[in-house]
Design a protein around this ligand. Structure first.
Ligand code: DP6
Length: 338
């Protein structure tokens, strides 16, 4: 094989049932279920030339010394131990996110998934890998980079974590969850409340769950909620989904408050916005519900049919200065070649 170039993309995802608490190598303490996004994504330009298995990785033209690049180098070394044929090439990878730098949106999921997707595109040229197994492998290695990244390979809904009665479920990789067609065009408008770096990283949050007195009950509840969520996704019952994602988001943030080393990641404006969304829904009966990641930004989930009403409302809210920016995203199908 001589040198060649190509580009890949992988989107971010937003968890409906959260992964919060893990063992070594991102083995989750409970199953999680997420919606794959479309517009918030990482694009990786790959240049592959004959060589010795080196990787030159830059993120938004920053050099190889950032924490993320170091993680990518580690992951690459791990993939090469299973696939030593990669040592016949040198890789030059230019990585960019479509969403603004420091917008408060976690980029490790899309970043890891997009990198691993690209590496497996190269491997595919050398070996014929079965499509289903290929996605599992890509998800598996993405997980080793960052847990939630394993849910960014496919879409629109992905579950990750062993679940009784679900024979394909696994702690090692994400698998597609069946969904009602009415959910294929779900929208997610992300209200950016703060662009400051997180006070506590996700990795630290997962670690603190080991000492949280409520962990055992949390893991049990999350397992049951994941099973219920899969039912709601299948039947397309959006009000049930909405009620559950709101309760789940608040439970995630309650866990942060209840450990031996309490902390909170919401901002006062996150709470103001939550109140405003609940009020808006009550007054208009428009099905729009919120969820939060481990940060202050709000994700508003709603069906495409009510998009214009929700966008109007977001516009009317702007003068109150409760959020800095808004990013409109929607359900997507995962990573792909560009
Ligand atoms: C709150 O996947 O970022 O977003 O595995 O340590 O990289 P690491 O953590 P990460 O954790 C994500 C936590 C979450 C919930 C979720 O996405 O399920």
């Amino acid at each position: 094989m001589t040198g060649f170039t190509f580009a890949v993309q992988a989107p971010s995802n937003i968890a409906f049932i959260k992964y919060w608490g893990k063992k070594e190598s991102q083995i989750p303490m409970n199953p999680s279920v997420s919606l794959t996004l479309t517009h918030c994504k990482t694009i990786n330009q790959f240049k592959v030339i004959p060589g010795n298995g080196t990787l030159n990785f830059t993120f938004h033209e920053e050099s190889n010394s950032t924490a993320f690049s170091i993680k990518i180098q580690k992951l690459f070394a791990l993939i090469k131990t299973e696939y030593p044929e990669l040592n016949s090439f040198d890789f030059i990878v230019r990585s960019e996110n479509t969403f603004p730098h420091s917008s408060g949106i976690a980029s490790s999921a899309s970043g890891m998934a997009s990198f691993v997707y690209g590496i497996f595109h190269v491997l595919q040229q050398m070996k014929n890998v079965n499509r289903t197994l290929l996605n599992q492998k890509i998800s598996y290695y993405s997980r080793l980079g960052s847990g939630s990244a394993c849910r960014s390979i496919e879409g629109p809904f992905v579950q990750w974590g062993q679940m009784e009665g679900f024979k394909d479920s696994s702690n090692d990789f994400g698998v597609i969850s069946e969904n009602h067609p009415s959910l294929n065009n779900l929208c997610d408008s992300i209200l950016i409340v703060s662009k400051n770096p997180k006070k506590i990283s996700s990795s630290e949050g997962h670690r603190l769950m080991q000492q949280n007195p409520y962990s055992p009950i949390r893991y049990e509840r999350a397992k049951n909620k994941a099973i219920d969520m899969l039912d709601f996704l299948k039947s397309g019952d959006f009000s049930k989904i909405g009620e559950m994602i709101e309760q789940e988001a608040l439970e995630l943030h309650a866990l942060m408050l209840t450990g031996d080393k309490p902390y909170f990641l919401m901002e006062p404006n996150s709470l103001h916005l939550i109140q405003a969304i609940v009020e808006f829904r009550k007054n208009t009966l428009i099905p729009v519900y919120f969820t939060l990641d481990a940060g202050p930004n709000l994700h508003l989930l709603y069906p495409a049919q009510v998009k214009s009403e929700v966008l109007n409302w977001i516009d009317q809210l702007k003068p109150k200065n409760l959020f800095l920016d808004v990013i409109h995203d929607e359900a997507g199908l995962g990573a792909s070649l560009l």
